[in-house]
Ligand binder design. Structure first.
Ligand code: KIV
Ligand code: ZN
Length: 517
């Protein structure tokens, strides 16, 4: 593609750089669910993982390569041949495979991390790109820490990568150090000085340590970059990456000064954000641009008055453009299967018959407990069903006692491998009692890292969504649970996390299956 093209490719790295954020580990099923959603949303390239880094990453890239229909699927590798071969192998089943190989080019990285001089790095660039081209014609090369790299040397590395067959040149601001003008100048310099620069696509990859990731990425686009690397909700190493939803909407809303197109179906952005937040347990900041809870609410009287007169007074984009609908009453107690199925389809959920039957049953239970059922309730309920659908340990029954001058207690029945096990415990509080009960029934060594409650809608009858993060031997998982009863949601969330740990143990280290008793 010519860099003068008006198309900007969206390269999503939620499943690779995003997953590198501490605590954001995802299961294979969750990664597939997200990859399929990104594919449907119109993401051009999905970076599915770093195949050499673990058996889990290898399996995820392989499976995502198999299921993704339209997007290019990309696997990351360092410059070593073992890395590249693993990426090539994992991507074998992809309709459009891309290998992304990188090496550091800045003086500080070369000296302290690689302990390599300039010539050795140049040699590695050439060799790695050549090796990757044996697997696919679509090879992306990145100069890690490009923005702190000496300019002449950066040009020489990029020239070598292009000469060796790279088709995309990525320019990472790895430590989030750059400013928009500086980043603009680097992309401009590379395009002007490097021979054959017009034969490749330049790509941005900006970290957000100074809160400039989106601004820097857009400066890169203005300088001629035609691929932007980003993540849903901006998750990623440290302060994260450029947020996909912000990049896409900035390009859409400010077409007057950035006349570029992306293929993203923007109406799916809010759901993508919720899905990633649900899976990782990372809440979305209320005032987060585009997808935050408050992004489209107007509190002040002056603003409300203006909005009533003409929405353009304070609104630069419509909430529905990003998939945020005014809270809507959807279904009630008397709604039947057809209405529920139609609603799910309209919201983009395609459940198989078993999942649908379970979701419908839960919807009916919810409609019995809750007077008004909103879109957000349906999302919580169905996402919860998808998340917990395959759990081997299930909460069968829970009774909690709590109050002033009372020792909080829980009576819990779990079904474990088909057997019902019941205990009664007390604790410092009701949640403590429930978690103790789970540990008594199913002893384990994992420690609790996060316990978080969010209300799905307004009102005292709102469903609660609880996130629980557990850690065991350096592996973290996040479990979710939703219910109108916060204590029940807490039990669901803890048990869901436990199930995920079991799945991880089975896949990564069968010997670790022994339960700590
Ligand atoms: O931030 C970075 O430099 C990276 C590279 C691996 C592309 O994530
Ligand atoms: Zn990065």
């Amino acid at each position: 593609m010519n860099t003068q093209s008006q198309k900007v490719l969206i390269f999503d790295t939620t499943l690779r750089d995003g997953e590198q954020s501490p605590g954001a580990a995802m299961t294979l099923e969750e990664k597939i669910q997200i990859a399929e959603f990104l594919d449907e949303m119109g993401v051009d390239i999905i970076e599915a993982g770093f195949p050499i880094s673990s058996a889990g990453d290898f399996a995820a890239v392989k499976e995502i390569a198999r299921v993704v229909k339209n997007s290019t699927v990309c696997g990351l590798s360092r410059a070593g041949f073992k890395d590249i071969d693993a990426a090539g192998e994992a991507l074998k089943g992809a309709r459009r495979p891309r290998i992304h190989t990188f090496i550091s080019t800045s003086p500080v990285h070369m000296k302290h991390k690689l302990q390599m001089g300039e010539n050795a790095v140049l040699e590695a660039v050439g060799a790695s790109v050549t090796r990757a081209r044996n697997f696919t014609d679509d090879v992306q090369w990145s100069a890690e820490d490009a923005t702190r790299t000496e300019k002449d040397f950066l040009c020489r590395t990029v020239e070598t990568a292009i000469h060796s067959g790279a088709t995309v040149i990525n320019v990472p601001d790895t430590v989030g150090y750059s400013t928009p003008q500086e980043y603009f100048d680097i992309i401009t310099m590379l395009r002007e000085r490097v021979p054959n620069a017009d034969k490749v696509i330049f790509s941005t990859h900006c970290h957000n340590d100074l809160g400039l990731a989106v601004a820097n990425s857009l400066a890169g686009v203005l300088a001629g970059a035609r691929q932007v690397e980003c993540t849903i909700n901006g998750i990623g190493e440290r302060a994260g990456n450029a947020a996909l939803e912000e990049i896409v909407m900035a390009l859409r809303v400010r077409k007057d000064i950035m006349p570029y197109e992306t293929r993203i179906k923007t109406q799916m952005l809010a759901r993508a954000s919720k899905m990633v937040s649900n899976v990782t347990g990372f809440p979305v900041q209320y005032n987060k641009a585009i997808v935050g809870k408050n992004a489209f609410s107007h509190e002040s009287g002056i603003h409300q008055d203006g909005m009533l007169k003409n929405v353009e007074t304070y609104e630069i984009m419509r909430p529905e453009d990003v998939g945020v609908n005014a809270t809507s009453l959807v279904l009630g107690k008397l709604s039947g299967r057809h209405a529920f199925r139609d609603k799910l389809e309209a919201m983009g959920y395609h459940l198989d018959d078993t999942a649908f039957a379970e979701a419908f049953k839960r919807f009916k239970d919810l409609a019995d407990k809750k007077k008004h059922v909103f879109d957000e309730d349906i999302v919580a309920l169905v996402d919860d069903e998808i998340v917990r659908g395959h759990d081997a340990i299930v909460v069968k029954n829970l009774r909690v006692e709590t109050g002033t001058n009372l020792l909080p207690g829980a009576e819990l029945t779990l079904t474990v491998n088909g057997e019902d096990l019941r205990v009664k415990t007390t604790g410092d509080g009701p949640v403590d009692a429930i978690f103790k009960a789970i540990r008594e029934i199913y002893p384990h060594a994992a420690t609790l890292q996060l316990f978080q409650i969010n209300a799905v809608t307004e009102g005292t009858d709102a469903q609660a969504t609880v996130s629980v993060r557990l850690e065991e031997n350096g592996r973290t998982v996040t479990g979710k649970g939703s219910d109108t009863d916060t204590m029940v949601a807490a039990a669901y969330a803890y048990v869901n996390a436990l199930n995920k740990l079991l799945v991880k143990r089975e896949k990564q280290a069968p010997e670790a299956l022994t339960i700590a008793r």
